[in-house]
Design a protein around this ligand. Structure first.
Ligand code: ACO
Length: 322
């Protein structure tokens, strides 16, 4: 039995922040951001009620409703995030509490922007092993709390939001998945955790903000994602042209265009929402999936290919039938 997606949901903060709004406090411009990234605006949390957990719960409720399952039907809740509200309990346990169920095992995983794919592949592995039969997968980020708002080279790129999918064990669904990591590249995209401040040792560390070598990330993405997609298609024996849509991590439209070009595929097969969402890290693929699904773009039996890359370094892909 493999993972089949039976419902999707998403949640975005209310506040829309345009490129012009950013240029009022960092030295940037709409022209620079748009031409380098394809981003015009992003959603950012702007009230106490908008948190990593609240967005995850809203997305989860929408996905459950879409799937027809109830919270108590879930065997597993997996949340991928790098911006949880609490170090512990996990966001997954906090979501579980809000959903009012205790039947599921719940835990978080951190694979940055590849996180949703790691969650999907993990659920699929549990299903193949016969351990669980249903799962709620969530990618959620409040990146605005870890971004350095004085650093124009990063703060213009990111957005907040959550996306969710309910999956169940089925004979069809996932066809193939892959994921990988290269810890030696961790420095090019990182965010330091809390420093030690005990009576026995006080580390002199700057507060944790996202730090990135954008050019190196760009080079990594345009090389790794096409490789990943090609090896997945080859392993599955599927022709690239037979995939209805490639739902890629929404970091930058130039990266996505370059991948489409390398794969010699038309850009129409690569839906994008980075223009209005920015890069929402682990949330980007499930938000895009939900938007594409709710726009009526998917038909039963369509082949979908997800692929992403992120801090770690990490990368992943999944090929499935809708
Ligand atoms: N506004 C105006 N100028 C800027 C800005 C800004 N927001 N940011 C940087 N610049 C300047 C730089 O200081 C530099 O100036 P200099 O030439 O005087 O030194 C100039 O613009 C060019 O900077 P580059 O870094 O060379 O710009 P580049 O064309 O490479 O684009 C970008 C930068 C958009 C970050 C690109 O490298 C990129 O998209 N990289 C991938 C980023 C990414 O995908 N990150 C997330 C992936 S993983 C995850 O999602 C967590």
């Amino acid at each position: 039995m493999r993972a089949k997606i039976i419902g999707t949901g998403s949640c975005l903060p209310d506040k829309i922040v345009t490129n012009d709004a950013l240029s009022s406090f960092v030295d940037t411009s709409d022209e620079w951001i748009w031409s380098r990234t394809g981003i015009r605006e992003r959603r950012l949390v702007s009230s106490e009620s908008e948190t990593t957990v609240s967005m995850a719960v809203s997305a989860a409720k929408a996905a459950l409703e879409d799937s027809g399952l109830l919270p108590q039907d879930l065997d597993l809740i997996l949340v991928s995030t790098v911006s949880s509200d609490f170090i512990t309990p996990s966001t997954a346990c906090l979501v579980q509490r809000e959903l009012g169920t205790c039947n599921a095992a719940a835990f978080d995983l951190n694979a940055a922007c590849s996180g949703f794919l790691f969650a999907l592949n993990t659920a699929d592995a549990y299903f193949q092993a016969g351990i669980f039969r249903t799962a709620l997968l969530i990618g959620v980020e409040t990146l605005s709390k870890i971004v350095d708002w004085h650093d124009r080279s990063t703060c213009v790129l990111f957005g907040d939001g959550a996306g969710a999918a309910v999956v169940k064990a089925a004979p069809d669904g996932m066809i193939a998945g892959l994921q990988g990591s290269d810890g030696s590249g961790g420095d090019i995209l990182s965010c330091r955790g809390r420093a030690c401040g005990s009576p026995f040792f006080h580390a002199d560390a700057s507060p944790g903000c996202l730090h990135m070598d954008g050019r190196k990330v760009f080079q990594f993405a345009v090389k790794k994602v096409p490789e990943c997609i090609q090896s997945l298609l080859q392993a599955a024996g599927v022709d690239a042209g037979d995939v209805s849509y490639y739902l890629l991590h929404q970091a930058n439209s130039r990266i996505i265009s370059s991948i489409a070009q390398k794969l010699k595929l038309p850009l129409e097969k690569f839906p994008m929402n980075v223009e209005s969402r920015g890069n929402t890290s682990a949330a980007s693929i499930p938000i895009l999936l939900d938007e594409v699904h709710r726009a009526g773009m998917l038909s039963e039996g369509d082949l979908l290919l997800f692929s992403g890359f992120g801090a770690g370094l990490t990368w992943g892909a999944a090929l499935l039938r809708w």
